[in-house]
Design a protein around this ligand. Structure first.
Ligand code: NOJ
Length: 760
C-alpha cells in the first residue's frame, strides 16, 4: 500500500517535472505573452485595445461628429487605438502602424481590418453567386486569393465571411451571404474561413493569410419586411436550427473573430446581447477569439431605446461580451471612468483585451508589425495574372442555367448574327458588385468585351436604354431611367436582323448590398418594357441576368426560352459569361436561394414547415395557399441546368432500419445521358416525419458534385449520421429522435425521388 502510494507520488512528481521541462506549444507561449503584456498595461491602454477607428475618410457608415483625423492621430499616439479599418495599401498601413509601434508606450501593433467580401482588388463573384457554385474547393480558393491580395496591401483581418442566412430577397445583403439554407451555408462558411485564414490556427502567422470574421451575430438576415437594419423577432427553433449553424461551423473552422449585428433580436440589440455573445458564443461554443461590434452599434443602442446614453450603452455592450468598439467612440470615451466607478468589472476588460492581443500574437504582429507591408509583394500580387485566372474560374462556376428551351444554348460559334442588347452588357462597373472599395471603377470585363472574343459570328451591340441616370456609387441611392426610350428603335432593328438576341438585364451592382432593400424584385427602369418589345420582334432570346438577389420575373420565366443567371461576377464577368454562352464551359451552378414568382410570396424557402393543411384535400379554399398565385417558387432552391442531361437511378439504402448512431448509407447512380461532358450537383434531403418539434418538409443534408463524361455513369454514396439526423430543441439541446425519416435525392429541391427508413 505504502509502496503503491510512493510510486504514485513519484509518477505524479515525475510527470509534473516532465510537464515543466516540456517545451510549450505555440498556443501556451502566446497565452504567457498575453498575460505578461496585460500585466504591464494601464487601464487606458487596455481600453485603447478595445477601440477601433475607421481610416481617415468615411466609407461605410454615418460619420460621427467627433470623427476627425486629428483626433484619431492623437488617440493613436496615446495608445488608445487597437485597430483601424479601411486603411489600405502598404504605404498607408505602414504609416499608421509606425505610430502605434514606435510612438506609443508599449508599442502594441494595430490589427488592420477591411471588408474583403468578394475579392480585394481583383474581384470575384458576389458571395451569393459563389455559393451557387456549390463547389467548396473553389470557394475556399477564392477566399485564399482575396486574402493574399488584401494581405499584400497591408491588411490582416477581413470582415468576412458574412454567414447570415436569409429567406428574404428584398434584403439587399443577401448578395453577401450563401443564401437560405443552413447546411449549404455552414459548408460555405467553413470554406471561406479556411480560405482566408488557412486550415490551422498556425496558418494565421503566414503573411499570405488574414484573420476572418463571422458576421453578423446574429439574426440580421431576418430583418422584418427585408428592410435593412430592421427589427428581428424569431423563436428559438429558427435561431438554433437555421441562423446559428453557419456561425457554429465558422467557429469550428477556427474563425478568430465575430462581428455582432445592427438588429435587435427579440428586443435586445445584438451588441448588448449576452445570451448570444456570452452564453452561446463564448460559453457553450468556447470561442476564444474576439467580438467586434458592427459600425457604431454601441451608440445605436441608444436609438434602439435600449440605453439612455453612451455610458449606459458601453456598460451593456461590455457586459454582453462585445470586445472591440467599431466607430462608436463609446469605449474610448466612457470605459475608463466606468471601470473606475465600479460600473464595469475590470475582469471583463481584461478578458476582452486578452482576446484581442491573442489574435494579434497569432497573426505574428508582435514578431513583425510590418509583415504585411512589403511593397514588392504588393506589386507582384495585386491584380496578378494568377488572381485573374482564379476569379475567372470562380465566375464560370457561379453561373446558373435557369432555362434552356429548344437547346438555344450553347450558341453556335460560326455564321450567326447576334444582337447583344442592354446597357448592362457594356457596363464595366456594375459587374464588380457592391463591396469593391479597393478596386478601380470600370475595371470589369464587360459581357460585350467577352463576346467580342468570339469572332466567328457577327455581333451587333445596342444598349436599348440606359439603366441609371447620374452617379452610381457605394454611398448614394441610384436613380433609374424610366423615360428615355431613344435607344429602343436601334435595338429593335438589331433584333430583327439577328438569328439570336442576347439581352443582359437586371440590377446594377450597387443595387444590392448594405442599405439596399427593395420592395420590387423586378427589372428596374425600362428593362422589362424593352424585353417585351424585343420579344415581339424576335423571340429567340437568351436572357442573361445580372443581379445581387433573387428576382421575380414571371413573364420572362414563361416566355423567354433561355435564361442564364450571371449575378455580379466581378472582374472577369464578360469572359465567364461568354465562355458559358458559347459552351466552352458547361454550367453546373445551382440556386442557393429560391426565386419567387412575385414579391408577395417572400419570404419563400424550400425548407419550410408543413402547415396542418398543406394540400387542397376538400376542394375548397380552406388550405394553405394563395388565391392569386401558385405557392411554389418560380425557380426552386437547388435548381440549375446543364447543357447535358443527367439520369438518376433508383435511390438505394443499405438497410431499412437503423439503430441510433449507425451510419445510414444512401446511394444512387447518375448517368450523363446528353451530348456534353458535364458536372452535376447531386443533392440529398431528409424529412423527420414526426418529432418533438415539427421539422421542415425537406432539409438539405448532403451534396456532391460529380463530373461525368458523355455516357458515363457514377455511383454517389452519402452517409447520414447523428450529425445530420438531429435538430435543436427550443432550449438549444441537440436531439436525435427515433422514428421514420424520408430521404430524397435529386437534381434540385423540387425534383427528387424518395425513400424511407426507420431509426430505432
Ligand atoms: C457595416 C456593415 O454592416 C459591416 O458588415 C461592415 O463590415 C462594417 N460596416 C465595416 O465596413
Amino acid at each position: 500500500m505504502k509502496q503503491t502510494f510512493l510510486l504514485l507520488a513519484m509518477l505524479t512528481l515525475g510527470s509534473a517535472q516532465a510537464q515543466k521541462n516540456k517545451p510549450m506549444n505555440k498556443e501556451q507561449e502566446i497565452e504567457q505573452k498575453v498575460d505578461a503584456l496585460l500585466a504591464k498595461m494601464t487601464l487606458e491602454e487596455k481600453v485603447g485595445q478595445m477601440n477601433q477607428y475607421n481610416g481617415f475618410w468615411d466609407v461605410t457608415g454615418p460619420s460621427p461628429k467627433e470623427g476627425n483625423a486629428a483626433l484619431k492621430y492623437e488617440h493613436l499616439r496615446k495608445g488608445w487605438v487597437g485597430s483601424m479599418l479601411t486603411v489600405r495599401g502598404v504605404k498607408e498601413v505602414r504609416a499608421v502602424q509606425k505610430i502605434a509601434v514606435e510612438e506609443t508606450r508599449l508599442g502594441i501593433p494595430l490589427i488592420i481590418g477591411f471588408d474583403v467580401i468578394h475579392g480585394y482588388k481583383t474581384l470575384s463573384p458576389i458571395p451569393l453567386a459563389e455559393a451557387a457554385s456549390w463547389d467548396m474547393e473553389a470557394i475556399q480558393q477564392s477566399a485564399t486569393t482575396a486574402a493574399s491580395e488584401a494581405a499584400a496591401s497591408g491588411i490582416n483581418w477581413t470582415f468576412g465571411p458574412n454567414v447570415d442566412i436569409s429567406r428574404d430577397a428584398r434584403w439587399g445583403r443577401v448578395m453577401e451571404g450563401a443564401g437560405e439554407d443552413p447546411f449549404l451555408g455552414s459548408k460555405v462558411a467553413e470554406a471561406r474561413v479556411k480560405g482566408f485564414q488557412g486550415s490551422n490556427r498556425s496558418d494565421l502567422a503566414s503573411p499570405l493569410t488574414i484573420a476572418a470574421c463571422a458576421k453578423h451575430f446574429a439574426g440580421y438576415g431576418f430583418a422584418e419586411a427585408g428592410r435593412d437594419y430592421n427589427t428581428v423577432d424569431m423563436g428559438n427553433a429558427t435561431l438554433y436550427n437555421t441562423v446559428l449553424p453557419p456561425f457554429k461551423a465558422a467557429k469550428e473552422a477556427g474563425v478568430r473573430t465575430f462581428m455582432n449585428s445592427f438588429n435587435i433580436l427579440n428586443g435586445v440589440p445584438a451588441t448588448g446581447n449576452s445570451f448570444l455573445q456570452r452564453d452561446i458564443l463564448k460559453g457553450k461554443w468556447g470561442f476564444d477569439g474576439f467580438v467586434i461590434t458592427d459600425w457604431a452599434s454601441v451608440r445605436e443602442m441608444i436609438t434602439h431605446g435600449f440605453a439612455e446614453d453612451r455610458a449606459e450603452a458601453t456598460v451593456k455592450a461590455v457586459n454582453a461580451g462585445a470586445d472591440m468598439d467599431m466607430e462608436s467612440y463609446a469605449y474610448v470615451n466612457e470605459l475608463v471612468q466606468l471601470v473606475n466607478e465600479g460600473k464595469v468589472d475590470i475582469a471583463l476588460v481584461d478578458d476582452a483585451v486578452r482576446r484581442i492581443l491573442r489574435v494579434k500574437y497569432e497573426l505574428g504582429l508582435f514578431d513583425d508589425p510590418y509583415k504585411y507591408c512589403d511593397e514588392k509583394r504588393e506589386k507582384a500580387t495585386i491584380g496578378s495574372k494568377a488572381n485573374n485566372e482564379a476569379v475567372l474560374d470562380m465566375a464560370k462556376k457561379s453561373i446558373v442555367l435557369l432555362k434552356n428551351d429548344n437547346q438555344l444554348l450553347p450558341l453556335k460559334k460560326k455564321g450567326q448574327k447576334i444582337a447583344l442588347i442592354g446597357a448592362l452588357a457594356a457596363n464595366k462597373n456594375s459587374p464588380l458588385g457592391s463591396w469593391r472599395i479597393a478596386s478601380d471603377d470600370n475595371t470589369a470585363i464587360s459581357v460585350l468585351e467577352g463576346m467580342q472574343q468570339y469572332k466567328g459570328n457577327e455581333l451587333v451591340y445596342e444598349k436599348g436604354a440606359d439603366l441609371t441616370i447620374g452617379k452610381t456609387t457605394f454611398l448614394d441611392e441610384l436613380v433609374f431611367n424610366t423615360a428615355d426610350r431613344s435607344g429602343f428603335e436601334a435595338a429593335k432593328k438589331a433584333a430583327k436582323e439577328a438569328d439570336v438576341v442576347v439581352m443582359v438585364l437586371g440590377e446594377h451592382g450597387f443595387q444590392s448590398g448594405e442599405g439596399r432593400s427593395r420592395t420590387h424584385l423586378d427589372l428596374p427602369g425600362l428593362q422589362q418594357e424593352l424585353l417585351e418589345e424585343i420579344y415581339k420582334i424576335n423571340p429567340n432570346i437568351v436572357l442573361v441576368l445580372n443581379n445581387g438577389r433573387p428576382l421575380a420575373l414571371p413573364w420572362a420565366a414563361e416566355n423567354i426560352p433561355a435564361i442564364v443567371e450571371a449575378w455580379h461576377l466581378g472582374t472577369q464577368t464578360g469572359n465567364a459569361v461568354a465562355q458559358v454562352l458559347y459552351g466552352d464551359y458547361n454550367p453546373s451552378g445551382k440556386l442557393p436561394m429560391s426565386f419567387p414568382r412575385n414579391v408577395g410570396q417572400v419570404p419563400i424557402y424550400y425548407n419550410q414547415h408543413s402547415t396542418g393543411r398543406p394540400i387542397d384535400s376538400d376542394n375548397n379554399v380552406f388550405w394553405s395557399h394563395y388565391s392569386d398565385a401558385e405557392k411554389t417558387p418560380q425557380f426552386a432552391f437547388g435548381h440549375g441546368l446543364s447543357y447535358t442531361t443527367f439520369k438518376y437511378g433508383t435511390v438505394q439504402l443499405n438497410k431499412k432500419e437503423y439503430s441510433k448512431g449507425e451510419p445510414v448509407k444512401v446511394s444512387v447512380d447518375i448517368t450523363n445521358t446528353g451530348n456534353y461532358d458535364g458536372k452535376e450537383v447531386v443533392q440529398l434531403y431528409i424529412r423527420d416525419i414526426a418529432a418533438s418539434l415539427s421539422r421542415p418538409v425537406k432539409e438539405l443534408k448532403g451534396f456532391e458534385m460529380v463530373s461525368l463524361k458523355k455516357g458515363e455513369t457514377k455511383t454517389v454514396t452519402f452517409t447520414l449520421t447523428d450529425k445530420e439526423l438531429g435538430f435543436y430543441n427550443n432550449e438549444g439541446e441537440y436531439l436525435v429522435e427515433p422514428g421514420t425519416f424520408k430521404v430524397f435525392v435529386g437534381t434540385s429541391s423540387d425534383n427528387v425521388q424518395e425513400t424511407t427508413f426507420k431509426l430505432r
